[in-house]
Write a protein that binds this ligand. Structure first.
Ligand code: IVH
Length: 682
């Protein structure tokens, strides 16, 4: 037995060292094959002798722990953000503030890459990773430890001579290759791709299943030591110590002693940043000496001893080839510019959004213009201007189309709205397909055995034209249908064989169990999103009550504004929509809120609702939701309480007691997310 214990210890030690060499130092010291064999041996031993599993075992990196609700915890010291500068004179002003504040002009600064990811605080107790907390609002953050444990460059345990309580801070990010792979996968699955690596990193860290997080290939640079140590007097030395302790620190941080040296560092990285395998959005400049940092202190939001210099979004000029007009499920027309392919911030840009007719006329875009393209936070870049000098004399200003590009119906534009619509909702093919695609989508009826390609084929082959047709499909309508098409430059064949058809029909049948709020979202009333559907379902309880509601009754519901209320009234005026609902009711879909379909997700949990939530009805709704989902509603705070749902101006005595007893405070939104997560699993 001792032999086994020792072998496990040895395997863990060796595998951790190989992991460190591979992921943190980027210098592999073993073949993948040998690594995998050692890991397999370790996993087999751990399965047979679970009593010997070590807390820093590399097998734990694959995840498996599920976190239903991330606990909100308080930071030991606030996690502040940095002030921003955007040009040399703003930076010069920072330097002179520092020099004046210290009454000294020979100051050492550390310049670092500003990694564009998600800030994290890591707490190690006796050398073991104990807690990983997001920035949150700077005072309170989410405990995402189970997910962070899967990140291979974050040590699970540190060598012996570290302080018993250690806190470090850093940035979790997704490298470009991992981001591209993830988005390709999402597109293949028919899911919306992430707009940028930062969103992908933050979305990944909020997943409930840590095994899924482990697959995302997140990485982390540590840039701050929070614990005071007697022998460390400056930031640069702290970075060297963190590196010795085997944290991943950037090798590009540099000591600079003058404004010019700082500017050189900034210019160098403004040019080189696109050769990095991850996104940076600027440079961070920090006063090096701790004694000088404490002399400068903090404002209410930022340290006075550090600043961020943000890079300008990169722009390129390219030729506008033509404009295509896309028709969405609600008939909205979106103009998209097709561009001569051009390299921008590491990717090839071929298309850019033009938003609407007003946007085109504001920029006064002419056919064949040379346009400036910029990459913002969105996946599709935007056109920010026109190079009028390059314009050919004879070109005309772009005229927005007057008729639908798909069904030739004359477009309409409602007063006060910017979008043009195709009003032919019944027969316009992309609207028909868009409505059905929305209906089956994950957050709506979640019929994942159907997807864009299959819907396309079913509509083209006239098997379905309306959402209710799905529930009348029979095996013989489907079997044998086949089509080959191209997406993302890949050839795909959709063919309806026996098994596929069975899955589709089962998926459709299963969807009849979806709760009223999901059905309400799925039927696609314009502007009624997931949250408003939930609030409407809860308030009105069934479709008849919603249908009979007046404008005033509708806007009484929390989060339902005039625009949504009008859209709901318009929806029920259409004979066609009434017909759809009747048909769906006859097929057995849920058009009323039923207690049996409410979840038991909150079973065993108790809640106090405290503070102001806008209206008394809103508060009542939360209380109803607690009980409908199996939770217990309490009036007073005790140490047995699971959560406090805190609104505005929560009572001070309750707040004080909650903090003293360590009862997590959650917002209404977080509470709704708790319930959402259950319902999506139904
Ligand atoms: S220092 C008090 N250093 O940028 C120290 N931040 O608003 C504050 N960031 O929230 C942070 N790279 O998430 C620091 N090398 C770096 C950084 C960095 C990225 C992020 C961090 C922070 C935000 C600044």
């Amino acid at each position: 037995m001792e032999d086994i214990k020792e072998r496990i210890q040895q395997l863990v030690k060796e595998l951790n060292l190989h992991n460190y060499n591979y992921y943190t130092l980027d210098t592999p010291t073993i073949s993948d094959y040998d690594f995998d064999r050692m890991l397999e041996e370790l996993i087999a031993l751990e399965q047979a002798y679970p009593q010997y599993i070590l807390p820093n075992s590399p097998s734990l990196r694959v995840g498996g722990e599920i976190t239903k609700n991330f606990k909100n915890v308080k930071h030991s010291t606030p996690m502040l953000s940095l002030g921003n500068t955007y040009n040399q004179s703003e930076l010069a002003a920072f330097i002179s503030r520092v020099e004046n504040g210290l009454n000294e002009n020979k100051i050492a600064y550390v310049c670092e890459l500003k990694i564009d990811g998600v800030a994290i605080a890591l707490i190690y107790k006796n050398g073991k990773l104990e807690q990983a907390i997001t920035r949150g609002d700077g005072i309170w953050g989410d405990d995402i430890t189970a997910n962070v444990r899967t990140i291979r460059t974050i040590p699970l345990s540190l060598q012996e001579n570290v302080p018993p309580l250690l806190e470090v801070r850093g940035e979790i990010f997704l490298p470009h290759t991992a981001f591209n792979e993830l988005n390709e996968e999402r597109e293949d699955m028919g899911e919306t791709p992430f707009a940028n690596p930062r969103n992908a990193a933050s979305g990944s860290l909020k997943l409930q299943d840590s095994a899924e997080v482990a697959k995302r290939k997140l990485d982390c640079y540590i840039y701050h030591l929070s614990t005071e140590l007697s022998d460390i007097n400056n930031h640069y030395d702290s970075l060297q110590l963190l590196k010795q302790w085997k944290f991943k620190t950037s090798s590009h941080s540099r000591l600079c002693y003058s404004f010019n040296e700082i500017i050189d560092f900034i210019n160098e990285w403004d040019k080189k940043r696109h050769s990095l395998p991850f996104d940076i959005d600027g440079i961070v400049i920090k006063v090096n000496e701790y004694s000088q940092q404490s002399q400068l202190g903090f404002t209410s939001k930022n340290p006075r001893w550090a600043i961020a210099y943000k890079f300008k979004a990169e722009q390129v000029a390219t030729k506008l080839l033509d404009i295509t007009y896309q028709v969405g499920r609600t008939g909205v027309i979106t103009p998209v510019a097709n561009l001569e392919p051009v390299q921008l911030a590491g990717t090839t840009v071929k298309r850019a959004s033009l938003h609407n007719a007003d946007f085109i006329s504001q920029l006064d875009i002419h056919d064949n213009d040379t346009v400036y393209v910029e990459k913002g936070g969105e996946i599709i870049p935007k056109i920010v201007g026109v190079d009028v000098q390059q314009r050919n004399q004879n070109t005309k200003a772009v005229n927005f189309i007057t008729h639908c590009p798909e069904c030739r119906t004359q477009l309409i534009k409602k007063e006060g709205e910017v979008a043009h619509y195709c009003p032919n909702s019944k027969n316009c093919p992309p609207q028909i397909k868009g409505r059905i695609e929305h209906f089956i989508s994950r957050k709506a009826m979640n019929i994942d055995s159907l997807g864009e390609g299959k819907i396309d084929l079913l509509v083209n082959e006239k098997r379905i034209a309306r959402i209710e047709d799905l529930y009348h499909l029979k095996k013989e309508d489907l079997i044998g249908l086949e089509k080959t098409y191209f997406t993302n430059d890949k050839e795909r064949t959709v063919s309806f064989r026996e098994k596929t058809v069975e899955n589709i029909l089962n998926g459709i049948e299963e969807s009849k169990k979806k709760t009223f709020d999901k059905v309400l979202f799925a039927i696609g009333i314009r502007y009624v999103g997931e949250t408003s559907a939930k609030k409407l379902a809860l308030h009105f309880k069934n479709i008849e009550a919603l249908q009979q509601a007046t404008f005033d009754e509708l806007i009484e519901v929390e989060d339902i504004g005039e625009k949504i209320a009008e859209s709901i009234l318009d929806f029920f005026k259409e004979e066609d929509n009434i017909k759809t609902i009747k048909d769906l009711i006859n097929s057995g879909l849920q058009f009323e809120l039923s207690h049996s379909t409410a979840s038991n997700k909150l079973e065993g949990l108790s809640f106090v609702v405290s503070g102001n939530f806008g209206t008394p009805q809103a508060r009542k709704q939360i209380e109803n939701l607690i009980e409908e989902n199996g939770g217990k509603l309490l009036n007073s705070v005790s140490n047995k309480l699971s959560f406090i749902i805190a609104g505005e101006n929560m009572g001070p005595s309750k707040l004080e007691k909650a903090i003293r007893l360590g009862i997590p405070l959650i917002t209404e939104k977080e509470f709704l997310e708790m319930i959402n997560s259950t319902n999506s699993q139904q």
